[in-house]
Design a protein around this ligand. Sequence first.
Ligand code: HEC
Ligand code: HEC
Ligand code: HEC
Ligand code: HEC
Length: 150
Amino acid sequence: MGGLHENIFITFLLIIFFGIYSSTSRAEDQCFVCHESIGGTEVELYKKDIHFKKGISCSGCHGGNSKSEDMEVAMSKANGFVGKIKGDQISLACSKCHSDKEMMKKYGSSLPTNQFEQLQKSVHGKLSISGKEKILQCITCHKSAWNCIA
Ligand code: HEC
Ligand code: HEC
Ligand code: HEC
Ligand code: HEC
């Protein structure tokens, strides 16, 4: 009986330990912490995103300083923050990681990193009618892999 209780106790400690451990790394991500406290669909959607599961902050795509609790500092242009990612900026934001083998390795990924190159070469990489941006962005096709707005 004693052994059983001991095992339960150790399991309990492990659960607490890993619970704290995983929420500590999340807790350092001030973008997420503040946005979760505000609530809203972006955060709820993002929790289901592969990027969230890989520990990537909102700042992975939107820039800014994810270590600052001060929203003025966190979301300042000086720290590279972009609120509304538009047009060709979208594919460029994705490609910061997806065209960079070393960066992807840091996240433990060995996926190919040629998507941007292929997009540029393809018929979809041509300019749109407006002449200001490409016909397709990464998110046109990857609606389900990327999620922070409905
Ligand atoms: C202390 C709270 C706080 C922190 C920290 C914070 N935000 Fe925000 N964020 C807000 C609030 C409040 C709004 C909505 C009001 C506004 O637009 O100013 C907002 C708006 C946004 C928007 C929408 C902007 C737009 O133009 O529509 C994005 C995107 C965003 N935040 C991303 C981030 C990222 C990325 C970080 C970290 C680098 C971050 N936020 C850190 C509170 C915060
Ligand atoms: C994987 C990249 C990525 C991540 C991570 C990400 N976003 Fe976004 N976000 C985008 C892109 C791209 C757009 C523009 C989508 C469009 O125009 O269709 C966007 C748009 C938004 C908008 C709408 C801004 C507007 O008014 O046009 C808000 C708000 C927002 N994101 C908040 C967040 C928050 C909060 C987080 C973290 C919980 C987050 N995003 C994480 C890529 C990302
Ligand atoms: C901060 C780095 C980073 C940024 C920015 C980023 N990604 Fe990712 N992305 C990753 C990592 C890491 C993975 C996981 C790769 C793996 O599992 O091997 C991933 C996975 C993916 C996948 C594969 C999903 C699956 O189900 O296997 C797609 C598609 C994707 N990202 C699209 C995007 C799009 C679209 C954007 C821009 C809106 C974007 N990513 C921005 C790092 C990033
Ligand atoms: C014309 C539609 C389209 C566009 C635009 C597009 N993709 Fe894809 N992407 C796909 C399809 C289809 C797949 C294969 C899906 C699968 O096998 O699950 C894919 C696969 C991927 C994968 C997974 C690769 C693998 O081997 O598992 C990643 C990561 C990815 N795309 C990122 C991007 C990024 C980043 C961009 C923008 C530079 C982009 N994609 C633009 C359609 C597109």
